[in-house]
Design a protein around this ligand. Structure first.
Ligand code: ZN
Length: 173
């Protein structure tokens, strides 16, 4: 949107400085510009549904998520982006986001998950609602999933040794 305003500004300045012939040409360009802009917006929507709840979750080299609680409305899709703002390699400080079903024994789950790289998830994913791949420093990953039914759920990073600190509550209301 800002770009569009800037373009319009530049064009009007150009028009003010040029003759009538050129003015007609510029006017035509103004008409054709919004089309390309609209196309770009549509492309973005294809990746993230327009009505999805957007969640940004940060993680770092200090083995921490930047949120201990995530709240989303029920009955909508969630578009979650996990970002790793650190610099450490995926093998040393890998992070993921794993949303677990209610009643999951986290310690037991993490124990099985840790011996299963690179996803660090058990081959049986019946206790998993949603998960991202594991990322290293400087990376990010986005997933889209349906919010589970109303309630409080646990999310963890299942990279070996991380779940005790990298955990939080995912609340659907
Ligand atoms: Zn982690």
């Amino acid at each position: 949107m800002k770009k569009l305003i800037f373009r319009a500004l530049v064009l009007s300045i150009m028009m003010a400085c040029s003759g009538e012939k050129k003015e007609k040409k510029e006017a035509f360009e103004i008409k054709s510009k919004p089309k390309t802009e609209a196309k770009a917006e549509k492309k973005e929507e294809a990746i993230t549904p327009a009505d999805a709840t957007v969640v940004e979750l940060g993680s770092n080299d200090q083995m921490k998520f930047d949120k201990s609680e995530i709240k989303v409305p029920a009955g909508k899709k969630v578009s979650l982006t996990l970002t790793h703002t650190g610099k450490l390699d995926i093998k040393v400080m890998g992070h993921n986001f794993v949303l677990l079903k209610q009643g999951t024994d986290i310690a037991k789950f993490a124990g099985t998950a840790m011996s299963n790289p690179p996803l660090y998830l058990p081959s049986d994913k019946s206790e998993v609602i949603a998960y991202t791949k594991t990322i290293g420093g400087g990376d990010s990953v986005t997933i889209t999933f349906d919010a589970p039914e109303k309630g409080t759920y646990d999310f963890i990073c299942s990279f070996p040794g991380h779940y005790a600190i990298m955990k939080g509550k995912f609340i659907v209301e």
